[in-house]
Each structure stands twice: as C-alpha cells, then as structure tokens.
Design a protein around this ligand. Structure first.
Ligand SMILES: Nc1ncnc2c1ncn2[C@@H]1O[C@H](COP(=O)(O)OP(=O)(O)OP(=O)(O)O)[C@@H](O)[C@H]1O
Length: 286
C-alpha cells in the first residue's frame, strides 16, 4: 500500500514544550483523524508537515518525497486549511478566489463556484463581514479548488453548525473515493472523527499514544469499570484509572489479553468512545 504521508521520528523543541519521536503513516485512499487535548502538539505537527516551522530532526515524506526538498510541487497538490484562516479582510470572496487561483497551476474556477454555492457564500461578500463559520467554509472551498491530492486540515469543523459539518464530512468522504487521495485532519469533535476517519492518531503532551486503524482501536480498547475495593487486582493493567467513591474505571488496550489474565466476572466491560479514551488518557491529575 502506497503512503501519501509519512512522518518519521519527528522532533521539535520549544522552550517549554517538545514534540518527541512523532511517527505517523497515512496510506493513499484513507482519512486520518488527529486528536489530542489543547496544547498536545497537533498544530505544531501540522505546521511541521506544511514546512511552516523548522524541524529539529526526523523526516516527513509527502507523496513519497521529502517535504522540504520538494516543497513547491508538494504544496501544489495539498489543500491546507489553517485553524484560523487568514484572508485580506477588506476584499471580497470572489477576489480571494482569483488571487488564490494565481498560485496554483490546476486551479478550477468551476469547482470553486460550485463549492461557494453549496456553502451558500456569495462572491460579492466582503471577507471581514463573514461569520467565523462562513470564513472556515470559504477556506475549505479555496483548499478544495486546485485539485489537491492531500487535504491537511487543522480543526476544519470547529465553528461550523451541525448541518454544514455534516456536508463537509460528506465532501471529505467523497474526496477519497478515487483511492488516490488522502485527508489528515485534526479535530476536537471526536464524533466527526469516529464518523469518517479510517485511522486515528492520538497525541498527548507531544508524544503519540497511538496511530492506528479506527476499527482496531474501537474493537480492542475497552472501558473497564469495577468496585473500588477490587482495584488492587487490576490496577497494573489499566490505563488512566479514575476512582470515585464507589467505583473505578480505566482503559484496557487489548481486552482479550486482559481477560486471559484476570477474572472479569465482577467487572463491567464497555465499548470505548474516542471521548472515553481522550478523557482517561490525556486528562491531567489535579
Ligand atoms: N512558536 C512557539 N514557541 C513556543 N511555544 C510554542 C510555539 N508554538 C506552539 N508552542 C507551544 O507548543 C505547545 C503545543 O501547541 P499546539 O498549538 O501544537 O497544540 P494543539 O494540540 O494544536 O492545541 P489546540 O488543540 O489548543 O489547538 C503549546 O504548549 C504551545 O504553547
């Protein structure tokens, strides 16, 4: 299987934060959701992928090529949306499209018009008068209008109402149908990721916790709950343990192996949602 994006042993240090040994692989034809708490390192990873900041070490290949050495041809085939899209605020959406089109050899004006219509945006609208959600939709229309092969989206669904979010998710699923494209998107809306992602990467405090197929994660990771008096028996095999007055809960990475080592008859074993995993594995203890 050919990879559209490979991040290999990537490191980047700021004064008080470090991204450590980041490894991510996205095969062609798939969508990867990138999740993590605020400040976990998602935007920094995306900026490194886009070569907007300098890496300390490691390697990033996009379409099989180094993202720095082949930056211009690679960026010609990437549709990128920043978490806070930046425009010339006093100008119109139409002007913005014409301007963006000059930078891409494959700009498709018809596609841009089609997307504006779908998102109910008029070309005559002045950018500074757009709502937050409409600005994001404009950024998405721009990112999708130069025939990109890879979409890199930093929180594309934040600020969008559920109807538009759903439309956007449909567009992303449609985008990968030809099996030649890929989507890498970060989001705090885990239901969006559960809905459309094939792969999920979870980052916490600058380290990858997992980067795996969604179905594998949701099938093998389970939420285990039990009587707090029995916690000693299980605690070494549970992650992110939370204790209340009566019970405990924790995450198990491989439920079959857990069952082979413990009597689970008194436990409740539930399917995990991404929110369960995020809450248990990334919440700092007070
Ligand atoms: N240029 C910089 N100089 C110093 N520290 C930085 C810089 N950019 C980011 N950081 C720090 O790196 C950490 C990770 O930030 P990042 O924006 O990557 O997190 P995030 O996961 O995208 O968070 P959020 O979900 O809130 O957008 C934060 O502690 C942030 O303050």
């Amino acid at each position: 299987m050919e990879n559209i994006l490979e991040v290999i042993n990537l490191n980047k240090r700021f004064n008080s934060f470090a991204l450590s040994d980041i490894n991510i692989t996205l095969p062609k034809g798939y969508i990867m959701g990138f999740i993590g708490a605020n400040g976990a390192g998602k935007t920094t990873t995306i900026k490194l992928i886009m070569n907007m900041i300098r890496r300390d070490s490691g390697k990033i290949n996009i379409f099989g090529k180094d993202n720095i050495k082949y930056e211009i041809p690679i960026k010609n085939k990437i549709g990128y949306v920043h978490e806070q899209p930046i425009f010339y605020d006093d100008l119109t959406v139409g002007w913005t499209g014409n301007f963006a089109g000059k930078f891409y050899s494959d700009w498709d004006d018809e596609r841009f018009n089609e997307l504006l219509e779908k998102f109910c945006i008029k070309k005559s609208q002045i950018v500074k008068q757009l709502s937050k959600g409409t600005k994001m939709k404009t950024a998405l229309a721009l990112a999708l209008s130069h025939k990109p092969e890879l979409l890199i989206l930093d929180e594309p669904t934040s600020g969008l109402d559920p109807v538009i979010r759903d439309e956007l998710l449909d567009i992303l699923m449609e985008f990968i149908q030809n099996e030649e494209h890929g989507v890498f998107f970060s989001s705090h809306i885990t239901s969006d990721i559960e809905k459309i992602a094939d792969y999920i990467t979870l980052i916490n405090e600058g380290r990858i916790i997992f980067s795996e197929e969604k179905d594998k994660i949701l099938n093998s990771w389970k939420l285990v709950k039990g009587d707090v008096r029995k916690i000693e028996e299980y605690k070494d095999d549970l992650m992110g343990i939370k204790i209340s007055r009566t019970g405990f809960s924790g995450i198990v990475e491989d439920i079959e192996s857990f069952k082979s080592r413990h009597d689970v008859s008194s436990l409740v074993i539930d399917r995990t949602t991404l929110d369960d995993i995020l809450i248990h594995l990334t919440k700092k203890e007070n």
